[in-house]
Design a protein around this ligand. Structure first.
Ligand SMILES: N[C@@H](CCC(=O)N[C@@H](CS)C(=O)NCC(=O)O)C(=O)O
Length: 221
């Protein structure tokens, strides 16, 4: 049965799920859902994912949202190599730790900056909203990257071990899109080296990140 994947390739969680599927040759069909054109908010799309967010999957008649949950489901249902989401309870807990940490730390900081620096001018948010969001984003991003730097100074992979996990895929997808809001991991050498390692190791990285790369290139012009 073909798994249906609903994505906007500019979105961090979409790229993470896409890479896990492509890397492991999991048969799937991609459905593009353009966030900026309002396609996540249509009645038809809400039949796929009632909360109107991407990514989402439909596997047979099973509907699922939330990228981290989707990645865990793919690991288990497609019997992917153990290193992505280890069976060992403690190693698995480390991967879960970083996936949970992601929501209110790296992602939170990144999304506050995207709100201030990217959507702020487009949607003409009040200056006070932009300033508050930018300050919060900068503070949270700094503490998040500092913590990642400490961790990656001791280990090649974010959850430890000597192989890639779904936590690396989720977090690397986020760090890769920091330039959208004018941020970056410059000044964090271990994070930079890890991003380079992950983006080289994941063979589908260039394909899945092509839309983001094109967008960033056009923004620089
Ligand atoms: N925690 C969710 C986040 C999903 C999410 O916020 N998706 C955004 C794109 S990054 C979205 O669909 N936004 C569309 C909208 O809010 O209309 C996950 O990891 O899948």
């Amino acid at each position: 049965m073909v798994l249906h994947l609903y994505v906007d390739w500019l979105s961090q969680p979409c790229r993470a799920v896409g890479m896990l599927l492509m890397e492991n040759n999991v048969e799937h069909q991609v459905h593009d859902v353009k966030i900026m054109s309002g396609e996540t908010r249509t009645t038809d799309y809400k039949k796929v994912n009632p909360v109107g967010k991407v990514p989402a999957i439909v596997d047979d008649d099973f509907h699922l949202g939330e990228s981290h949950t989707i990645m865990r489901y793919i690991c288990a249902s497609r019997n992917l190599p153990d290193h992505y989401y280890p069976n060992d309870i403690k190693q698995r807990a480390r991967v879960d730790y970083w996936l949970d940490w992601h929501h209110m730390n790296l992602r939170f900081g990144s999304s506050r900056l995207i709100k201030a620096n990217f959507f702020g001018p487009i949607h003409k948010f009040p200056q006070q909203t932009i300033d508050e969001s930018r300050k919060e984003g900068e503070d949270v991003l700094k503490s998040s990257l500092t913590f990642m730097e400490e961790t990656l100074g001791k280990s090649n992979y974010i959850a430890g071990g000597n192989q890639l996990s779904i936590a690396d895929i989720a977090l690397a997808s986020e760090v890769a899109m920091l330039p959208i809001s004018g941020a970056s991991c410059e000044g964090y050498p271990s994070v930079q080296a890890w991003l380079k390692r992950i983006s080289t190791e994941i063979k589908s990285w260039p394909q899945v990140n092509a839309t983001l790369d094109q967008f960033l290139a056009s923004k620089d012009k």
